[in-house]
Structures are given as structure tokens and as C-alpha cells.
Design a protein around this ligand. Structure first.
Ligand code: SDX
Length: 435
């Protein structure tokens, strides 16, 4: 990174000013390189929530929150969602370029031949209650993978990173489907090597040993698009978790398990589940007629009610993924004859009202990827508690690509933020009878 311009920090107490290089990216905000700040001034910056902090440099995903733009390795998400499938997108995120015919065939074969999990993995599931949340199961299963693959645990080795990436991408669908089958008491369905990635997942989810499972191409394509739209998203909370976790040198399975755990939160990947639950609640209370009442609660500072599926730390315009997800919604509901699905109609009514309401307009709160993804998944037959597990399945490739980029950066160090200490100064312990 070259720095043509400099930033000067001066202090009103007469402390000497200090200069910092300003780095320009290919596109997007410049950064002020403050790595020498503490050494030069004995001071830290203060930025809880990292509202103004770039934690790394990256070539993988670019988001322009004002334009509502999302690029994977420079390609607009709108073009990838229409022209590519999920495994092509995985190849792109991992390698920086879209695969040609030969490269795609080799990559698909590699992933396909790693879709099975060790037979022992099924015994992890038996330890859970059948009604365990799928994200509790997934956090356990993904972390558990690190007990099975000693030959791909060392992230410092490029070959081991590559094989663990393939294993994780390949096995996530199998594990998510196992978590689902376990929750409904049906036998696990083994992956098949003659099916595409997304078709394989649909079959593992919905087939049963008593009859042939008939794939619905519209639903398979919808699932594949859901995977593409959720694959990566710059330095979001779970990706930053994976980077920080992996920076200790831990194995890739443990680092991805940390990402799964973080994604579970309702402010993050758990929002699609929370959004569907919110729509169900409004529906139960009377549907469209009750939207006004609900919006009033959302605007009431004393209520902790939020419009789930709306708002974003970066997008201050419409999330481009939400637009594509809304299209997929229409396609799936039409294919299933659910055009009059009350939940979808309620979501569209809620979106229209919210987009015209000053509270949301002023705060630039637009629908995000989670607003429609839940409705599509529900229409496909995915149970609501499994939505975030499917988000984790898709985001695994993004987490891995970001982990690999960090580990391959010769400048990378273990992440170790500091703090502004506001607690007690040093004091002496009193004996128990004097406290
Ligand atoms: C994902 O980071 C990523 O890239 C994440 C993600 C990815 O792909 O990895 O895109 C996936 O996590 C999408 C976001 C899913 N979350 C939700 O849909 C949950 C609902 N949304 C919010 O909780 C919230 O919008 C966040 C957490 C997403 C973003 O919050 P910010 O940027 O920290 O904004 P904020 O909490 O500071 O809110 C600013 C104002 C506040 O009002 P004021 O105090 O200024 O009066 O907007 C209000 C908030 O109260 N606000 C909302 C709101 N979101 C923000 N009010 C009502 N409903 C909401 N959803």
C-alpha cells in the first residue's frame, strides 16, 4: 500500500503533532494507517463496534452502502446470481477468478467427493435433545470436525488450508441436513455424487428411504441462489470473529465453528429466523391491519422491538441481495402455487409501509438480505429454526476465503485489541472480616 497523502493529528494540550500515512484502496474509503499511534503518542484510538475501523486490507468482497452495491472479487452480485452457480462462486471467492470449464469440473469433483462425514459424526448428534436449536448442533458438529482431520489442521500450510476448505464446503450441507433429520426423527440421507451441490442438499434434507425423491429445479435453483447471496459480506461480525479466532493459529474447523456461533445472533445471521417469527406474530394478531400498531411499537424507544430484516451497519440504501431475494420469492411462490401466500403479502405490505415511514427513511433503514430469505426458505419447506444454519452453510466459503487471505498476508499478527480502562485503580485486599 503506498501513501501519497498524510494525516496530521494535533492535540489541544500542546503535545507534539504526529503524522500518519493515508492509504487508498482500489475503490471505497481511504484509511489512515495508525499502527504507529501508540508508539508515537502512548494513546489508543477508541471505536467500540468498529464503526470507523478497517481491521485489514482485502481483495475479496466490496460493499458500497450508499449505492447498495455488492461485489465478489469485482463481480456484481446481480450478475453472479444470474450467470453462475454456488460452486463457481465458491471457486471465485477462494481463488480470485471465476473457473473455466476444466477448473470448474475439477473443483466440483473435489467438493463432491468430500460430502460424506465420518460415520462417528452421527454419534455427536445423539448427545443433543431432538429439539436442540440447529445452530447449537452446528456449532458442535463443525468444531467436532477438528477431531477427524489431523492432515488438514495447520492453517500455516497452504495445502492443508486447501483441503480443509474443500472438506468444510463439502460437508456443511451434509451436516445441516443431518441436524434437520435428527430433529424430525428421520434417518440421515447420504449424499449422492451424481447430483449438483444444491440438489444434493435438497435431497439430503427432504428425501426419505420409503420413496424416490423428486427434485424441483425451481427450488434447487432458489436454494443455490440463497447460497450465492449469503456467501460473503466483507468484515461482518462473524467474518471478523473467524479472522480474530484464526489469528491465534487455531485449526480452520475451530475458527469456522466460532463464525457459526457468532452468526447465530438475531442482530446478525439469526435475523431471518427472527424476521419470520416477527411476521408470524403480526399475522397471528391480525395481519396487514396490525402493521401500523407494530410499527408504532418499533418506533417507541422504550420498547426493544425492532423491525427484523431491516437496517444494516453498512447498507444505507437497499441491500442488493434483498432485491434478488424478493425476485426469488416470487419465482418460488409462483412455482408452488403460493402466489397468495399471506406471509409474503404481509412482508410486501410491511416493506411498503416501512419504506414510506419517516422513522425508517430518516435512519436509512432498508430491507436487508434476511427480510425475504426467510419467506423463500419457508416456502421451500425449510423449518424456521434451520434458516441460520443454512446461512452458515453458505457463509462458510466466505469465512474460509477471508481466513486464508489473512493467514497468507505476511504482515498478519494475532489480533489483540486494547481498551479504555475505566475501572478501579490499584487497591489492597482487606481480610474477609474487615470487608
Ligand atoms: C446481517 O454486517 C453484515 O454484513 C451482516 C450481514 C452479512 O451478510 O453478514 O449483512 C447479515 O446480519 C444483516 C442484518 C440482519 N439484522 C437484522 O435484520 C436485525 C435488525 N437490524 C438491526 O438490529 C440493525 O439494523 C443492525 C444491527 C443490522 C445494524 O445496526 P447499527 O448499524 O448498529 O444501527 P444502530 O443499531 O445504531 O441503529 C441506528 C438507528 C437507531 O435508532 P436511534 O437510536 O438513532 O433513534 O436505527 C434504529 C436504531 O434504533 N434501528 C432500527 C432498526 N435497525 C436500526 N429501528 C427499528 N428496526 C430496526 N431493524
Amino acid at each position: 500500500m503506498t501513501a501519497e497523502i498524510k494525516a496530521t493529528l494535533s492535540f489541544s494540550d500542546g503535545s507534539p503533532s504526529v503524522e500518519f500515512p493515508v492509504h487508498k484502496g482500489t475503490v471505497g474509503p481511504d484509511v489512515i494507517d495508525i499502527r504507529t499511534l501508540y508508539g508515537k503518542t502512548g494513546k489508543f484510538t477508541y471505536d467500540p463496534g468498529f464503526l470507523s475501523t478497517a481491521a485489514c486490507n482485502s481483495k475479496i468482497t466490496y460493499i458500497d452502502g450508499d449505492k447498495g452495491e455488492l461485489l465478489y472479487r469485482g463481480y456484481p452480485i446481480e450478475q453472479l446470481a444470474v450467470n453462475c452457480d454456488f460452486l463457481e462462486t465458491c471457486y471465485l471467492l477462494l481463488n480470485g477468478e471465476l473457473p473455466n470449464v476444466t477448473e470448474k469440473a475439477a473443483f466440483v469433483k473435489q467438493v463432491t467427493t468430500h460430502t460424506m462425514v465420518h460415520e462417528q459424526m452421527q454419534f455427536f448428534l445423539r448427545g443433543f435433545r431432538r429439539d436442540a436449536h440447529p445452530m447449537a448442533v452446528m456449532t458442535g458438529l463443525v468444531g467436532g470436525l477438528s477431531a477427524f482431520y489431523p492432515d488438514s489442521m495447520n492453517t500455516a500450510d497452504a495445502k492443508e488450508r486447501e483441503i480443509s476448505a474443500i472438506r468444510l464446503i463439502a460437508k456443511m450441507p451434509t451436516m445441516v441436513a443431518m441436524a434437520y433429520k435428527y430433529s424430525i426423527g428421520q434417518p440421515f440421507v447420504h449424499p449422492r455424487n451424481d447430483l449438483s451441490y444444491s440438489a444434493n442438499f435438497m435431497r439430503m434434507m427432504f428425501a426419505n428411504p420409503c420413496e424416490e425423491y423428486e427434485l424441483n429445479d425451481v427450488l434447487v435453483r432458489a436454494m443455490d441462489r440463497i447460497f450465492i447471496l449469503h456467501a460473503d459480506h466483507e468484515q461482518n461480525a462473524s467474518t471478523s470473529t473467524v479472522r480474530l479466532c484464526a489469528s491465534s493459529g487455531t485449526n480452520p474447523f475451530a475458527a469456522i465453528a466460532a463464525g457459526v456461533a457468532c452468526l447465530w445472533g438475531p442482530a446478525h445471521g439469526g435475523a431471518n429466523e427472527a424476521c419470520l417469527n416477527m411476521l408470524s406474530d403480526i399475522q397471528a394478531e391480525g395481519g396487514v391491519e396490525k402493521i401500523g400498531e407494530f410499527i408504532t411499537k418499533v418506533k417507541d424507544k422504550n420498547s426493544s422491538v425492532r423491525l427484523m430484516g431491516f437496517g444494516h451497519r453498512v447498507y444505507k440504501n437497499y441491500d442488493p441481495r434483498a432485491k434478488l431475494m424478493r425476485e426469488t420469492c416470487h419465482e418460488v411462490l409462483n412455482a408452488l402455487g403460493l402466489q397468495d401466500d399471506p406471509m409474503f403479502k404481509l412482508a410486501m405490505a410491511l416493506e411498503k409501509i416501512a419504506l414510506e415511514d419517516d422513522y425508517f427513511v430518516q435512519r436509512k433503514l432498508y430491507p436487508n438480505v434476511d427480510f425475504y430469505s426467510g419467506i423463500v426458505q419457508k416456502a421451500i419447506g425449510i423449518p424456521v429454526p434451520l434458516f441460520t444454519a443454512i446461512f452458515a452453510l453458505a457463509r462458510t466459503v466466505g469465512w474460509i476465503a477471508q481466513l486464508n487471505e489473512m493467514i497468507s498476508d505476511p504482515e498478519y499478527k494475532i489480533g489483540r485489541p486494547r481498551q479504555l480502562f475505566v475501572g478501579s485503580e490499584s487497591r489492597n485486599v482487606k481480610p474477609l472480616d474487615q470487608r
